[in-house]
Design a binder for this molecule. Structure first.
Ligand code: ADP
Ligand code: MG
Length: 246
């Protein structure tokens, strides 16, 4: 299998505090990965560092994405390279319809290229993705996340993922605060998107083993104190459930 993302010896600080202390992580093309670990172990920091959040300063190590060093690229360039991050707490944007937001996001990814879509072409693309995720048309008429339930906010992130079709989708605590039905809906969306785009890779951050009952995993990575301490197959999850993160 070909590596899509290869992180080597990554050290990161925030406000002069060491957060990541030599993280190593390989994500293969087309694979579904889960990143687990106790609260405060650095999972979100790793996700934000991959995406290029300016508060996270890389002091050592490399983030290699298909042969390109992401380290110094701005977040928009990383997005154009094919990295996507779904937020744990998506923000609400009053006055902006979800459908318009998605069209702007899509067309800015393809700035000045023939892949940009006209209004009509985008409407078709969006409709296809709504069908894929079995979401009703009225969903995208609403303002971005305004008045959305927890489950709807996460579904909106999944719709964004389906529309933008990145190479790597990082989903930070996509399951947090969801009841079982909403959790299943999100997992069904992930599975449908992956089936439609088999080359897409997923890094799903969670500390809830329940999500794993609804997804087919290739690899599990466990983080502690800013380091990946174990990587392996899905069987690691059973062990974690029995023994905890220690
Ligand atoms: P996780 O997502 O695994 O729960 P985080 O990446 O959020 O862990 O946090 C890792 C560590 O980094 C924690 O000790 C947290 O307090 C610290 N940290 C994260 N973000 C910030 C920040 N913006 N300012 C200060 N410390 C932070
Ligand atoms: Mg977190």
């Amino acid at each position: 299998m070909k590596a899509l993302l290869n992180i080597e010896n990554l050290h990161v600080t925030i406000e002069h505090k060491n957060i990541l202390n030599g993280t190593n992580l390989v994500i293969n093309e087309g694979s579904t990965n889960v990143l687990m670990g106790p609260n405060g172990s650095g999972k979100s920091s790793l996700a934000l560092t991959i995406m290029g959040h300016p508060r996270y300063i890389i002091t050592q190590g490399t983030i290699n994405f298909q042969g390109v060093a992401l380290n110094t690229l701005s977040p928009d360039k990383r997005a154009k390279a094919g990295v996507f991050l779904a937020f744990q707490h998506p923000c609400e944007i009053e006055g902006i319809r979800l459908g318009d937001f998605l069209r702007e996001a899509y067309n800015s990814l393809y700035d000045n290229t023939p892949q940009q879509l006209s209004l009509k072409e985008f409407a078709t693309h969006l409709k296809n993705q709504l069908n894929l995720l079995k979401i009703s048309d009225s969903f995208v008429e609403r303002f971005v996340n305004v008045g959305f339930s927890g489950g709807e906010k996460k579904l909106a992130e999944m719709l964004q993922l389906a529309v933008l079709q990145p190479k790597l989708a990082i989903l930070d605590e996509i399951d947090s605060g969801l009841d079982l039905d909403a959790l299943k809906t999100v997992c069904t969306a992930i599975t449908a998107i992956h089936a439609a785009h088999p080359h897409m890779s997923f890094l799903i951050i969670t500390h809830n083993p329940r999500i794993l009952n609804h997804l087919t995993l290739d690899a599990v990575h466990v983080m502690r104190k800013g380091e990946i301490v174990t990587s392996g197959g899905p069987e690691i999850v059973d062990e974690l459930e029995k023994k905890g993160f220690k």
